[in-house]
Design a protein around this ligand. Sequence first.
Ligand SMILES: Nc1ncnc2c1ncn2[C@@H]1O[C@H](COP(=O)(O)OP(=O)(O)OP(=O)(O)O)[C@@H](O)[C@H]1O
Length: 473
Amino acid sequence: MFKKLPGDQVTGLVTTTPDTAVVFRPAVVRTPAIITIVIFVWRVLAGLVRMVWRHPIATAVLAIPAAVTWLYGWRVALLVVWLPVSVLLPWALFDRATFNAWIGWRLLAFWRLAWMYRRHWHAVMTISGLARHAGGRDYVPHLVAVRCTSWADLVTVNMLTGQAVKDWADRIEHLAHGFGATSCRVSVTRAGRLLLTFPRRDPLAVPLPALPLPEAVSVGPVEIGIREDGRPWRLKVHGTHVLAAGATGAGKGSILWSVIRALIPAVWTGVAELWGLDPKLMELSFGRPLFTRYAASPADCADLLDEAVERMQKRAEKFAGVQRDHVPTVEDPFVLVIVDEVAFLTAYQSDRALKQRISAALATLTTQGRAVGFGVLAALQDPRKDVLTIRNLFPDKIALRLDESEQVDMVLGDGARDRGALADHISSVPQEGAGVAYVRLEASPDPIRVRAAYVSDADIRDMVALFQMEEAA
Ligand SMILES: Nc1ncnc2c1ncn2[C@@H]1O[C@H](COP(=O)(O)OP(=O)(O)OP(=O)(O)O)[C@@H](O)[C@H]1O
């Protein structure tokens, strides 16, 4: 009787031997071969149609020569291949940008989809814990499409039903290493669909020299560097307050100086004023003539801030009931109060009375100054709790290189690091990482990576000389 085992129906089985293994074999329903073949062929055809639809150029590059070889022989195929190559090659050599936009990135996307993402998708999803096994079935997030830009692969993916963005944000390191990238950023494109950004190279690895002095008179948004996607980084300074936080040597100076540089034409014409607070006596003193008002000692800084508050309040009285938005004019210029190392004046200030005066003046400026044309741009080394009160007064924040991962969310807000703002991973080698930062733009919760242009001492000297010449003229 036991020879029939395992698997046969063994109802009523009686055995006197303890520990006898009784195995039940599940009923097997045999699917007719024709149904299996139809399903298989259907899947192949659907896959082919999808591939042609999504990657027409890559498919044509492979399919046309193969078809011509088969139909007419390899000589004709060679000719057919040579004709487009003789057009495409010069195009690629002499106008790389348009070639890439039309053909290059599409071919690369096809290659990256097949070679990197499809090949490793199942394994990475399973090992990172993003795939699920339930009721005997594997549920794997759906890889929708891959697009390539000059610096990154943009992978669109459908989450599994019931998954949250945080499930993915918590696994950015698994994803990055799984797909051979140094980092990964997660953003939501629509309900249930994510865009994963895998950089292939770092477009911000090389320092950016100081940008040319703008020709137009403008108070912003001012161009101060480049974004990772190659577009200019424009920072809003009029109508907001900006805090740039970064460890020592992170390049806070390059942000302050790039903003100053971009505002120089507005300062020349009198529609903007720069007020400098330089408690470290190192950063702003170099370009002292550019500042309408300048202070270094804490007592002078307190006086200067009090004066700014007084002027702001007078202007608010003048505007009351007349206008709600500030338009910079020579009569009512935009005043940008620039503070290098704001914690020197607040958290680290030993004179209590002075500390309270400065904190109160800064709080008044940052809470009431926006609408009447007073802005504060402050640099800060340590964004931790003792300077928290100051931090929260600034609507716009920039995270340069930070020492600890927890500091990223302190600067950019909750969840910023999970979404890829790895400010604690920015290189401490000045050449590679100084001036590199993460910012959150108003329109999107997703942080973007940027690099400020480096305004050298020579650039500042030139700016001062030019400024003085212009004033003398
Ligand atoms: N945008 C930049 N691109 C390239 N190199 C830069 C950039 N900004 C700064 N550096 C380099 O990094 C060094 C440190 O920069 P900087 O003094 O601005 O840092 P910091 O954040 O102000 O430091 P600290 O808080 O100690 O004053 C500079 O001497 C310069 O060589």
